[in-house]
Design a protein around this ligand. Structure first.
Ligand code: GUN
Length: 281
């Protein structure tokens, strides 16, 4: 028997708490606001941005959308960000990724004031995560930690195996797990004997970007499996990096896709926006 981790339930609980804190802050005269920048016409990005704006509305956070054309230059985007850095109504700034290929993503992320960098993608904030002394936690990894805590799943002393080494998920997840006293192994596309390593995981995090990549033979009995994937299967149906039907019976806890890690990412973005407003307001 396994427990399906309900990301919507955890999200609702955390968002309720955020909404109350937003109200308290407004009573002190501080209005949290999130600037959301979207460049171009990527349909997936449009859905994410709409969801982020809706989540802001639900919790009483102001949101300001800046939609820029596909042919925007790096300089134009940075000039908008510099304006938002100085705008007191804007507590947090988020530039939805990916940006069109003519834009220098690194330069853009580096131009966001670290105090308003609610995604925690700026090198200053990545560095703070690395030394375990940060205010903004990276949203997707922080969302996973929040889920583990909600379900009273112990982290300390456990072996956590992360598949994927991206700057957005894999690497910061390893850091947050270390901060919580797990023993961490990071695997990636060049890892030899991947299955031998994943089979040792008490907590297995799949952040690969390949549909149904993790199968039952890669999972230890009773493991906790967290699936960051947002993929399409052979029939075009939304699925994760974990073959849920194959793996679930071996696990003690597992996140579904959709309805698992996804909702938590946006919830942590709201939490960071609230934090930015408290700190900057
Ligand atoms: N694209 C995919 N995930 C994210 C995210 O967490 N933040 C931003 N800004 N863009 C993304």
């Amino acid at each position: 028997m396994y427990t399906k981790i309900d990301g919507k339930e955890v999200s609702a609980a955390v968002r309720g708490q955020i909404a109350r804190q937003v109200q308290e802050l407004k009573e002190k005269g501080v209005e949290p606001g999130l600037a959301v920048i979207i460049v171009g016409n990527d349909p997936a990005s449009r859905v994410y941005v709409n969801n982020k704006k809706k989540a802001c509305e639900q919790t009483g956070i102001n949101s300001f959308e800046y939609a820029m054309p596909e042919d925007t230059t790096t300089e134009e985007l940075i000039s908008l960000i510099e304006k938002l850095n100085k705008d007191d109504k804007v507590s947090g700034i988020l530039c939805q990724l990916p940006v069109p290929k003519q834009i220098d993503e690194k330069k853009v992320l580096n131009s966001i004031d670290p105090k308003k960098d609610v995604d925690a993608f700026h090198p200053v904030n990545s560095g703070k995560v690395m030394i375990g002394d940060y205010s903004f936690a990276p949203c997707t990894p922080a969302g996973m930690i929040e889920m583990l805590k909600y379900y009273n799943i112990p982290i300390e002393g456990k072996h956590c195996v992360v598949i994927g080494r991206s700057n957005i998920v894999g690497k910061p997840m390893a850091m947050l797990m270390l901060k919580n006293n797990a023993t961490v192994t990071v695997c990636h596309s060049k890892t030899a004997n991947l299955k031998e390593i994943t089979k040792q995981a008490d907590i297995l995090v799949a952040a690969v970007g390949k549909p149904k990549f993790v199968t039952a033979d890669m999972v230890k009995d009773g493991a906790v499996v967290l699936d960051v994937g947002m993929d399409r299967d052979e029939n075009g149906k939304l699925c994760g990096d974990v073959d849920f039907a194959d793996v679930c019976e071996k696990t003690s806890f597992i996140t579904p896709v959709p309805g698992g890690v996804g909702p938590m990412t946006i919830t942590m973005l709201l939490k960071n926006t609230l934090l930015a407003a408290e700190n900057n307001g």
